[in-house]
Design a protein around this ligand. Structure first.
Ligand SMILES: *[C@@H]1O[C@H](CO)[C@@H](O)[C@H](O)[C@H]1NC(C)=O
Ligand SMILES: *[C@@H]1O[C@H](CO)[C@@H](O)[C@H](O)[C@H]1NC(C)=O
Length: 931
């Protein structure tokens, strides 16, 4: 009998033991998400085989964000990427990307730097700094007379004060020759024929027109062999109407048009004849832009395609060059099709193919004749977009497979008007990359309305008397009952989901944890894009919200005034509200006025030189003047929604240290270039009063300075230069403000029970502590929870290691005892002995092993459950996760096994059932024994 009992117990224990082994470790890769992005691909994108012996190719691009990368065309995964630094603060210079046929390297050019990279893994082979901005980079795509094997040489043309054409050795990047250009002409591009190198320059005439100057150079010696000016008869008034050309060709060409787009002029470089073609009008819509598509290989046929776009349609014409006569002839036209379209050029041996992508079709033709070699229907691009929006292809690159006389397959990587980069295989979308998120300028969270309503109800219960709360709760459950008919059919799935412990990852409508919040990002191209933080694998919606002209910038900011609503503000003022779930516009106070963004308008604060002015309701409230020679580098206010659970800190001996809580705290960082000092002021942003300040000497002002304020504490970091006292080091300073440093004493504030922040004159007592950290922090943020009970974590972006860390407050606490061990009371509070160096614990890395690159900002939002804060970081990559700084005290872990728990309960029930009669009999027996 006892054996049966112990067997049962053993079985029960076995059930229980297994569950307690892992503590949330399994959540590491499920609760966080990461998009490794490149940015919207520019015209510089191509298919290329990284390994000449294999036919598998990758897609290479230099994006608008200056990121060079390779993507696998099978699944859209990133193979490698490198961030190119343009040296241009506005990042407006376009990047160049070239790959020689059969080469295992790709060559990039951005800013003034040319570099070569291993096509397979992105390792840098060499890089050259040319000291002047690049106008063009090409590859000398033919084997020279000596037949030198190895990587082909590159040609670069630079503008500015070091204008020159340089031939760079393909293996080392060293300059083989350099031809200096006269700086009165503007270098435009470099072209290569089978025998010559041509520098094309823009020559300004006395009348202000542009003429094209061509200088031909010997490719071996770099000596000038000829120079002439093309007669362009006063039609070129700006360089904008020059149509870029395919530079590597048996007979390279240059084409231009007049500002009215009425004639197309084409010159075969090296000849002086200019062929003129009238641009016909097809309907009442005028041509608004012209694009030229030509092959990039010297041994390809000299055929090219000219694309004419109007506001409503597009068409194309294909031209052939007779290399012997230097003559250009029109071969055939491709019909006018409504909407935008994109063309791409592919080559196979000498043959040239053009692939056209329209809203609903992919079609490939040979450059020789207009016969269609392959045609596929596109049902949908399969991306999130506005419901009345027509998603259109913007630009594309294609790879065609030729079988006999027809195209058996075509793969095209297409940038869409939504900012998605997708791959179409024979017209069917295979993958999409949300590259528009790489240019997110602002992001914000919005809780779905359902969740917000629940919070409101719960708060009401918390604030009323127990009886009222009880009645309220009953009413709430009765109301829930009314939803029963809609819930009942979904019940089986819910029960199954409940068993499998997947309910936390369910849908937005019944998200009891508040993990399913909407994250909206306003992107550089004027769109608002939303993700579900609980299910981020898909874009929820994507809307055009600002009509930006080419090159126009805007400064959006996103907030959530109430549950289920997102508000987008442009710097101009009034906001526009959107339904967070659907993205529908709710009330438009004013359309988003991007024009006003360009003229800087004072928002709440305005920084001018060394002064800071605050305005409330448009009237100046106060101004803060820092000392002479100081300039303000950052101003961080306390977060608007920063709940504080307790006004005091409970010490180990149960006494209380009162926090200095002021909703208007702000931290201002100023630097003085002359003395290399940085000063940090904690101010009251309503009165402008300085509550605390500290100055640091020998600060490296070129390194980043970051700062953060929350509750009654602040943190900032900077890099100190090496000195006699210490080596170069990154510093993190943490300060905490108290009403008084005497426990149980409220200091001077005690007398004024209801003080107004405008009137207080009392100053807080500030404790600060500084720490050495292993690397610089570019930006800080703080976790937020619903009630503020959970301890906070300082979130820091580490640009040097492409990481985001969450530092627990106990590590930062300025009250850590210095030069002694903590007392028993301090230990009870969680204080540990001060150490001057904080090493980042591997467990603090929120990104785990992933590289989160280019992160510029972090936003946080409280979940519905108190323990958890949602985090979203953006910049180039997009990374999100949720953290529980005080552990998940209010939620069962993902490894909690309901089956085992129920199994255990069942086993215990059986045990009780079996054992109870035995126990009863035993009790009876014992009683009988006593009698
Ligand atoms: C947002 O749209 C959903 C679905 O149409 C609707 O149920 C919800 O009430 C809307 N929210 C607001 C704030 O209008
Ligand atoms: C607090 O404010 C109320 C209303 O303004 C005032 O009547 C009261 O006297 C104030 N209490 C103190 C201690 O100042």
């Amino acid at each position: 009998m006892t054996m049966r009992l112990s067997l049962l117990l053993a079985a029960t224990c076995a059930f229980l033991v297994k569950t307690s082994l892992a503590v949330f470790a399994d959540e590491a890769w499920t609760k966080d998400y990461h998009y490794a992005l490149l940015g919207e691909p520019s015209d510089a994108a191509l298919f290329h085989q990284p390994n000449p012996s294999s036919r598998a190719s990758l897609i290479y691009t230099v994006s608008e964000e200056g990121v060079l990368g390779a993507v696998n065309p099978r699944d859209g995964s990133l193979v490698w990427r490198q961030i190119l630094h343009s040296g241009d603060p506005h990042g407006k210079t376009a990047g160049f990307l070239r790959a020689g046929e059969g080469q295992d390297v790709v060559v990039s050019g951005l800013g003034s730097q040319v570099a070569a990279w291993s096509a397979a893994d992105g390792r840098q082979a060499w890089h050259v700094e040319l000291g002047s901005p690049l106008a063009d980079v090409e590859i000398l795509d033919w084997v020279d007379a000596a037949g030198t094997p190895g990587p082909k040489d590159a040609l670069a043309i630079t503008t500015g004060n070091k204008a020159a054409v340089s031939r760079l050795d393909g293996a080392t990047g060293s300059t083989k020759w350099q031809y200096e250009l006269d700086t009165t002409d503007e270098p435009y591009q470099v072209s290569i024929s089978a025998t010559q190198v041509y520098a094309i320059l823009l020559h300004k005439t006395m009348m202000g027109y542009i003429k094209l100057k061509v200088i031909s150079l010997d490719p071996v010696s770099g000596h000038k062999t000829d120079e002439y000016i093309l007669s362009s008869e006063n039609e070129l008034s700006t360089a904008d109407t020059i149509i870029s050309v395919g530079a590597n060709s048996a007979s390279p060409i240059i084409a231009w048009t007049d500002s009215a787009y009425s004639v197309l002029k084409i010159n075969v470089i090296g000849t002086k004849t200019v062929s003129t073609f009238n641009i016909e009008k097809h309907d009442e819509h005028a041509v608004t832009s012209i694009k030229l598509h030509a092959p990039y290989h010297v041994n390809s046929l000299s055929h090219f395609l000219v694309q004419y776009n109007t506001d409503v349609s597009h068409r194309a014409e294909v031209f052939h060059v007779d290399p012997k006569k230097g003559k250009v002839e029109k071969a055939y036209s491709l019909p006018n099709v409504a909407g935008m379209g994109s063309f791409s050029t592919s080559t196979a041996d000498a043959n040239v193919y053009f692939t056209r992508i329209t809203r609903d079709q992919v079609m490939t033709v040979s450059s020789v004749s207009h016969g269609v070699l392959g045609r596929w229907t596109v049902d949908s691009f399969n991306v999130a977009a506005d419901k009345d929006e027509r998603v259109e292809p913007v630009r594309s690159v294609s790879e065609v497979s030729i079988k006999g006389d027809s195209v058996s397959a075509v793969r095209s990587a297409v940038l869409l008007s939504t900012g998605d980069w997708i791959l179409l295989r024979d017209g069917t979308p295979v993958w999409q990359r949300p590259e528009m998120l790489a240019s997110a300028l602002s992001a914000g969270f919005a809780a779905p309305m359902e969740a917000e309503m629940l919070v409101h109800e719960l708060e009401e219960e918390a604030h009323s008397s127990p009886l009222q709360a009880y009645i309220h709760r009953i009413t709430r459950h009765v109301q829930d009952l009314q939803r029963l008919p809609t819930i009942l059919p979904t019940l089986p799935q819910r029960i199954v989901a409940g068993f499998l412990g997947t309910s936390a990852d369910g849908v937005m409508a019944n998200d009891g944890f508040g993990f399913h919040q909407v994250i909206a990002c306003a992107t550089k191209n004027g769109r608002l894009v939303a993700l579900d933080a609980g299910n981020p694998s898909k874009i929820m919606w994507n809307h055009p919200v600002a009509d930006l002209k080419t090159g126009q910038e805007w400064q959006p900011s996103i907030s959530s005034p109430k549950g289920g609503v997102l508000e987008l503000k442009s710097k101009a003022g009034a906001g526009v509200q959107y339904n967070a779930t659907t993205g529908e516009q709710l009330v438009s106070i004013l359309p988003i006025d991007v024009e006003a963004d360009t003229a800087a308008k004072p928002v709440k604060y305005s920084v001018s030189g060394n002064g800071l002015e605050a305005q409330m309701d448009g009237n100046p409230a106060w101004s803060f003047m820092s000392a002479q020679g100081e300039r303000i580098v950052s101003l961080v206010p306390r977060p608007v929604n920063d709940p504080v659970a307790s006004i005091g800190k409970v010490l180990g001996d149960r006494r209380v240290l009162y926090k200095y809580l002021d909703p208007n705290l702000a931290l201002v960082a100023t630097v003085k270039d002359a003395s290399k000092t940085a000063t940090f002021y904690v101010i009251n942003s309503v009165t402008g009063g300085v509550l605390h300040s500290s100055t640091h000497a020998r600060v490296d002002l070129s390194a980043s300075i970051s700062a953060m304020v929350s509750e009654n504490w602040f943190a900032y970091s900077f890099t100190a230069e090496a000195s006699d006292e210490g080596p170069k080091g990154h510093q993190l300073v943490v300060g905490e403000l108290f009403e008084s440093l005497v426990p149980n004493d409220r200091g001077p504030l005690a007398a004024t029970a209801n003080y107004s922040s405008l009137e207080t004159t009392t100053e807080p007592f500030t404790l600060t502590q500084s720490y050495q950290i292993p690397e610089p922090i570019s930006k800080m943020a703080v976790t937020r929870t619903r009630q503020g009970i959970t301890s906070r974590q300082l979130l820091a972006i580490l640009p040097d290691s492409n990481a985001v860390v969450g530092l627990p407050y106990t590590v930062l606490d300025p009250r850590r005892p210095v030069n002694r061990d903590p007392t028993k009371d301090e230990l009870a509070e969680g204080l540990v002995r001060y150490a001057p160096v904080i090493e980042f614990n591997p467990q603090w890395y929120l990104n785990h092993q992933r590289e989160v690159t280019g992160i510029k900002e972090i936003v946080t939002s409280p979940a519905l459950i108190e323990s958890t804060s949602l985090i979203f970081a953006y910049g180039l990559d997009v990374f999100g996760t949720r953290v529980s700084p005080s552990f998940s005290f209010d939620v069962l872990g993902g490894d909690f096994n309901k089956f085992q728990m129920l199994g255990t309960v069942a086993a215990l029930a059986v045990a009780t059932f079996v054992v109870a009669p035995l126990v009863a009999r035993k009790q009876v027996n014992t009683r009988w024994q006593f009698l």
